[in-house]
Design a protein around this ligand. Structure first.
Ligand code: HEC
Length: 120
């Protein structure tokens, strides 16, 4: 019985961890529109206003979320490391995003058709 309870706790933990990462594509698009991310990255997230700006459409969601969190850490003053990005522009935008916003907008961007593909 004890073992069963432990297994149940594990399953509950696993489920709740999964739920906090659940993303909402419509909410992600709403974040994109509200903060006007398109003004630099393009309405389709793959036509940036400058060639040096990254294409986001079709990028892996976990990569995008990691990048946004890295800008947040950088803006919060964390010393530069592999998990910290110091960028004045993206730092200012990333700090306006909640954890859920990051998950949602990353999932929405990943769902958009783009040229970033794994060639097989
Ligand atoms: C004023 C222009 C501008 C706006 C507005 C803007 N970005 Fe960016 N974004 C950039 C630039 C420039 C970079 C590259 C910065 C660097 O060198 O790290 C970038 C990088 C990124 C990256 C990292 C991509 C990668 O491949 O490493 C993500 C993700 C991102 N932006 C998402 C967003 C989201 C989401 C918004 C809206 C909340 C947004 N951006 C608004 C200019 C902008």
């Amino acid at each position: 019985m004890k073992r069963f309870k432990i297994a149940l706790c594990g399953a509950a933990l696993f489920l709740s961890a999964g739920l906090t990462q659940a993303s909402d594509l419509a909410a992600g698009k709403a974040v994109w529109t509200k903060l006007n991310c398109a003004s630099c990255h393009g309405a389709d997230a793959k036509s940036p206003i400058l060639p040096a700006y990254p294409i986001l459409a079709g990028q892996h969601a976990d990569f995008l979320a990691h990048a946004l969190k890295a800008y947040q850490r950088g803006a919060a003053g964390a010393p530069t490391s592999a998990n910290v990005r110091k960028n004045a522009v993206m730092g200012a935008f990333a700090t306006q995003l909640s954890k859920q916003d990051v998950a949602n907008v990353s999932a929405w961007l990943a769902s958009q058709p783009g040229p970033l593909v794994v060639r097989k």
